[in-house]
Each structure stands twice: as structure tokens, then as C-alpha cells.
Design a protein around this ligand. Structure first.
Ligand SMILES: Nc1nc2c(ncn2[C@@H]2O[C@H](COP(=O)(O)OP(=O)(O)OP(=O)(O)O)[C@@H](O)[C@H]2O)c(=O)[nH]1
Length: 615
């Protein structure tokens, strides 16, 4: 059955699981927080408002550390479990499983020691909660979170920021829509100045989540009473105010028993001329029951949305785990297989870039279609074949005896010199394609999702692929330069045999009256003959350089980019293979965190299911 016990107990169990797995709200925002989805009662109050006294009175035990300064420095999740009448009371801490505390003075000491363990002796505050469970016949089932008291000034030895730090921490608890605020204010102080009410008003302006508690009713000036507050006239809340009379300092000093104090509190209200008519709705026992009932109903209302949050989170985590991939196999055979698979995955993507399907391969065609022709056009033949230079080269080639019919040597030197210019664009095409291929390797590596897990292997593949590309580039350069050299080593004879006729056809023979004019015309003709020969060669190279480049670089990259790597991998030992597969530590950590979270959510789901089954 869905009793109060089982519902509050359910949330208690989920909360404990959350803390064990590091989910106590805030903090690591990469996961949705289950903790924040759980309804909780957060106890807030200014210093000396009577916060500790109220909690102890609800529990019926002295167990909270006392002292001057800021004593509560970590949230205390106080889970109360009602046990059968007559059974022994005991307490347990989540951080000390299997140890039962029956001496509550020891509980107090442990809270204080455990606070110091995390915050050090520096008196800092920490958001990591301490979980304390109390099993007793004198409690109702209820979970409360005790938070540091709101203060206005830091004391000796505490950082100046502590006032703000405390307020921020308390606010982080009470601003959650699932938090029920137990706002404690002393009656002997103007309610308008209450720190607790001030904060509650800020985060819960309609007052639907706030329970107002007024302490120290017995300390009010004679002749005054707190009816304006208790009857909701001073500050209106959706829930009725509860007045409390705790033990005075004198009572504490005299060690007045809590159970006796509860009785005295009951008597106080029953006999009070001011509050007698409200007696059944006053006091710490009534407050505990009221909260327990309210918490239970809030939990009941929240269960469907908690379940759907859990289901959604489980789904998200499972898909992230799928995405992160399974942990790696340990035997060398399986590792080699995995490495080769990853290489093939990369190779496939790389080929898709070249063959189309993925972008980038077209840039190689761009090199052949734009870059190479443009570079060929820009070669400085005009200068090389100017009349002055032709004259110079031809004269030098002639030596002391000028040529008789045609300057054969001069032609050859001019052509050779011109063809040399082609080396530049030829090499530049090789380099340009090399960079395109390199970029495609880089892109493909990035697009091989399976490789993301293995930065070392990724780097090795990148290095191997780039080394191969360098080798292809060297081969390619040799080939294109050979094409250019071949052009210089044997000229196309036909071209020159046709020349005299063309010259006559063109009829640009100057009348040869004057020797100089004759010479000038002849040099111009030589220049233009060489120029058209070079133009013909340029046309040829424009077609053959791309063939050589594709053959040596692109085709090789497609066929054997990782061949050398494969032979190396084949020779590696198990340990070296494992090194290649070392995962990114951040990723391993994330997988671990995901697995932990998944475990938490599944455990929580089981808990909820078990309650529903019992219904
Ligand atoms: N007479 C009387 N004294 C009270 C009452 N509530 C608290 N006190 C006294 O007020 C003082 C402060 O109470 P605590 O319960 O320690 O208050 P606190 O808000 O926990 O204070 P800090 O721990 O300093 O933040 C103690 O001396 C209590 O005995 C009350 O209802 N009546």
C-alpha cells in the first residue's frame, strides 16, 4: 500500500542513492539532477532564530552541534523514520554505514567532525550534504534539510564572503520549485525583519511552498502577543503559521529532557490566554505531523513527473552510452581487428571525398582547370622572347661566326630556356593537389566518428597517411619534371620543317635593303617561331601534367594510402596495439559517470516500481 511511510521512505532511498553518486543538486550540470526533482523540506532561519531547537524538538533529541559562530556549515539531510513504540532509538550516517549510534552526544560529535572533514578547520561552507537517519518511536516519517543559518556578519577566522556564500547556498535549495520551505522566525523580533521570511518571499512570492514557524513565543514582552502573525494578518501564507515554544537557554543548561520539553510546550499552549483557541494547531509535535502529511501529498503528486524524468534520463543516458561505444576488448586479435576496422572506416570516407558523395575532390579538378592554365599563361615568355633577348641569345650561340642560314643553336637555346619555365607550374600543380589531399585526410579523420574515442590511433593514422602523401608527392614531382625534361630533350621536328613555308605564306619578310632592318625582322621572326612552339608545348603539358599528377598522387592515395601502415600494424605486439587504442581519459570518465547515473536512475525506477506494486 502507498502509505506515508513508503512514499517518504521511497524519496529517502532515492535521495541517499543520489548523494552516494554525487548528485545533490547544482554542481555537475551535464546531467539532469534527480535530486532536484525530489520534494524536500528545507529549514531556513537567521542565526539564533531557534532553528536547531525546532529540529531537535521535532526529533525529540539533542543531537545538533552547538556553539558560537556558524556551526551548521554543510546541509544536513535529516531522515526521520518512525519505529514501533518501545523500540530503541538509534541514528545512522550514510558515510558510516553499519554503525548504529545510540548515544546522541556521539551523533552531535560526528556531525561536527564530518563537517570539518570536508570543510577543513577553515570554517568554510560546503554544499555536500551529510545524511543522518534517525529511527525512533518518537518521530513521524519526515525528511528535513537543515541549512546554515543566515547571518549578517562573518566572525573571526571566517572569510568575508561567507555571509553571501551562505545566502547563495540556502537560496539554491529554496528556489527549487520542489522545495518546501520551513521558514523560522523568532516572535520577539519584528516579522518584517526576519531573514527567513525575506528569502521565502523572494523565491516563493505566493507563499504556497512556505510554512511559517514562529519561535520564542514565551519570550515576547509582557502584554504583547503574536496573534497578528499566527493568524496570518502580518504576513499571509497559504499554509497556517505554527507557533513554537522551545527550551530556553536555562532549560538547555539544566539538561531538560526533550520529551519533558514537548509536554511543557503542550501545556503552554493549552493554558495560554492568548493562544488557547489555537492550541491544537501549535507546537513542534503538530508541526512535525503537518509537515509529514504535506510532504507525503507533495511526493504523491510528483511521482508521475519523477517517473517520466527518470525514463527520459535513462533513455538519454543509454543513447549516450551507445554513442560512447563499448569498452575495448583485451585480446590482441580483437584489438587488431578493431584497428583495421577503424582504418577502413576512415579510408572509406576519404575515398568518398575523392570520388564525390562528400565535397573536396572537386578542388583537385579546380587545380587542373584553373590554377595550372593560369600559371602557364603567366609565364614570362614575352620577356624571354623579346627582340633584345633573342638577339642576345642567338648572338651568343653563334659565337665568332654568325649563322649562315638559320640560327640552329640559337633556336635550341631559346627553346630550352623557355621550356625551363614550365617546371614551376608543374611542381606547383603537384603541391596544390598534395595540399588538397592532405586537407581531405584531415577532414576524413574528423568525420570518422568511431575514431573520436581513440586520439592516439587517430594521430597515428594521420601521420601514416601524411607520410604516404609525401611519398606520392615526391614521385609525382619526378614524373611531371620528367615530362618537361622530355619536351626539352627532343623537339618536334615537323613543326620546324613547316616553318619556312608558313613564313612565306605570312609574307612578313621585310624588303632586305638594309642589313639592320633585316636582322631585326629576323630576330622578331625567331622570337615568334619559338613562341608558337612553346605555346604548342604548353598545350601538351596542360593535358599531360594532370594525368601524371592523378596517376602518381590521387590514384595512389585511393589505392594505397594506408598500405604501409597496415604492414607496420601487422608487426605490432599486443601491448603496442593496446597503446594505439588508449582512449581519451575524459571519455572513459564520461562513460563511467554515465554508467553510474544510469545505475542510479534504474535503482530509483525500481524503488518507485516496488511502491506501485505494493499499492
Ligand atoms: N525561551 C525560549 N528560548 C528559545 C526558544 N527557541 C530558541 N531559544 C533559545 O534561543 C537560543 C538560540 O536557539 P537555537 O535553536 O540554537 O537557534 P539557532 O537558530 O539554531 O541558532 P544558531 O545555531 O546560532 O544559528 C538558544 O539559547 C535557545 O535556548 C524558545 O522558543 N523559547
Amino acid at each position: 500500500m502507498t502509505t506515508m511511510e513508503s512514499l517518504i521512505g521511497l524519496v529517502n532511498r532515492i535521495q541517499r542513492a543520489c548523494t552516494v553518486l554525487g548528485d545533490y543538486g547544482g554542481g555537475d550540470s551535464t546531467f539532469s539532477s534527480l535530486w532536484e526533482a525530489l520534494p524536500t523540506v528545507a529549514v531556513v532561519g537567521g542565526q539564533s532564530s531557534g532553528k536547531s531547537s525546532v529540529l531537535e524538538s521535532i526529533v525529540g533529541r539533542d543531537f545538533l552541534p552547538r556553539g558560537s559562530g556558524i556551526v551548521t556549515r554543510r546541509p544536513l539531510v535529516l531522515q526521520l523514520h518512525k519505529t514501533e513504540d518501545g523500540s530503541q532509538e538509534y541514528a545512522e550516517f550514510l558515510h558510516l554505514p553499519r554503525r548504529k549510534f545510540t548515544d546522541f552526544a556521539q551523533v552531535r560529535k560526528e556531525i561536527s567532525d564530518e563537517t570539518d572533514r570536508v570543510t577543513g578547520k577553515t570554517k568554510q561552507i560546503s554544499p555536500i550534504p551529510i545524511h543522518l537517519s534517525i529511527y525512533s518511536p518518537n518521530v513521524v516519517n519526515l525528511t528535513l534539510i537543515d541549512l546554515p543559518g543566515l547571518t549578517k556578519v562573518a566572525v573571526e577566522g571566517q572569510a568575508e564572503t561567507i555571509v553571501q556564500d551562505i545566502e547563495n547556498m540556502v537560496r539554491s535549495y529554496v528556489e527549487k520549485p520542489n522545495s518546501i520551505i520551513l521558514a523560522i522566525s523568532p516572535a520577539n523580533q519584528d516579522i518584517a525583519t526576519s531573514d527567513a521570511i525575506k528569502l521565502a518571499r523572494e523565491v516563493d512570492p505566493t507563499g504556497e511552498r512556505t510554512f511559517g514557524v514562529l519561535t520564542k513565543l514565551d519570550l515576547m514582552d509582557k502584554g504583547t502577543n503574536a496573534l497578528d502573525v499566527l493568524e496570518g494578518r502580518s504576513y499571509r501564507l497559504q499554509h497556517p503559521w505554527v507557533g513554537i515554544v522551545n527550551r530556553s537557554q536555562a532549560d538547555i543548561n539544566r539538561n531538560v529532557d526533550m520529551i519533558v520539553a514537548r509536554r511543557k510546550e503542550r501545556e503552554y499552549f493549552a493554558t495560554s490566554p492568548d493562544y488557547g483557541h489555537l492550541a491544537s494547531k501549535m507546537g513542534s509535535e503538530y508541526l512535525a505531523k503537518l509537515l509529514s502529511k504535506h510532504l507525503e501529498s507533495v511526493i504523491r503528486a510528483r511521482i508521475p513527473s519523477i517517473t517520466s524524468l527518470i525514463n527520459k534520463s535513462v533513455e538519454e543516458l543509454e543513447s549516450e552510452m551507445d554513442h560512447l561505444g563499448r569498452p575495448i576488448a583485451v585480446d590482441a586479435g580483437a584489438q587488431l581487428y578493431l584497428i583495421l576496422e577503424l582504418c577502413r572506416a576512415f579510408d572509406r570516407i576519404f575515398k568518398e571525398h575523392l570520388d564525390g558523395g562528400r565535397p573536396g575532390g572537386d578542388r583537385i579538378y579546380g587545380v587542373f582547370d584553373n590554377q595550372l592554365p593560369a600559371a602557364l599563361r603567366k609565364l614570362p615568355f614575352d620577356r624571354h622572347l623579346s627582340i633584345q633577348n633573342v638577339r642576345k641569345v642567338v648572338s651568343e650561340a653563334d659565337g665568332y661566326q654568325p649563322h649562315l642560314i638559320a640560327p640552329e643553336q640559337g633556336y635550341r637555346r631559346l627553346i630550352e630556356g623557355s621550356l625551363n619555365f614550365f617546371r614551376g607550374p608543374a611542381e606547383a600543380s603537384v603541391d596544390a593537389v598534395h595540399f588538397v589531399l592532405k586537407e581531405l585526410v584531415r577532414k576524413s579523420l574528423g568525420e570518422t566518428k568511431e575514431l573520436k574515442r581513440f586520439p592516439t590511433l587517430q594521430a597515428e593514422i594521420a601521420a601514416a597517411a601524411n607520410a604516404s602523401l609525401e611519398r606520392f608527392r615526391d614521385e609525382s614531382k619526378k614524373s611531371v619534371l620528367r615530362l618537361v625534361d622530355m619536351e626539352s630533350s627532343y623537339l618536334t621536328v615537323d613543326f620546324f620543317r613547316r616553318l619556312p613555308q608558313e613564313v612565306e605564306k605570312g609574307g612578313n619578310n621585310p624588303p632586305s635593303s638594309n642589313v639592320d632592318r633585316y636582322a631585326e625582322g629576323q630576330f622578331r621572326r625567331i622570337g615568334s617561331n619559338v613562341s608558337s612552339y612553346v605555346g604548342m608545348v604548353a598545350e601538351t603539358l596542360r593535358n599531360t601534367i594532370p594525368k601524371a599528377v592523378v596517376y602518381c598522387q590521387v590514384r595512389e592515395a585511393k589505392l594505397s594510402l594506408l598500405n604501409y601502415f597496415y604492414t607496420q600494424i601487422g608487426q605490432k605486439e599486443g601491448k603496442q596495439l593496446a597503446q594505439l587504442l588508449d582512449e581519451d581519459p575524459a571519455l572513459m570518465e564520461r562513460r563511467l559517470q554515465c554508467a553510474k547515473r544510469l545505475e542510479l536512475y534504474k535503482a530509483a525506477r525500481d524503488e518507485i516500481d516496488s511502491v506501485s506494486w505494493a499499492r
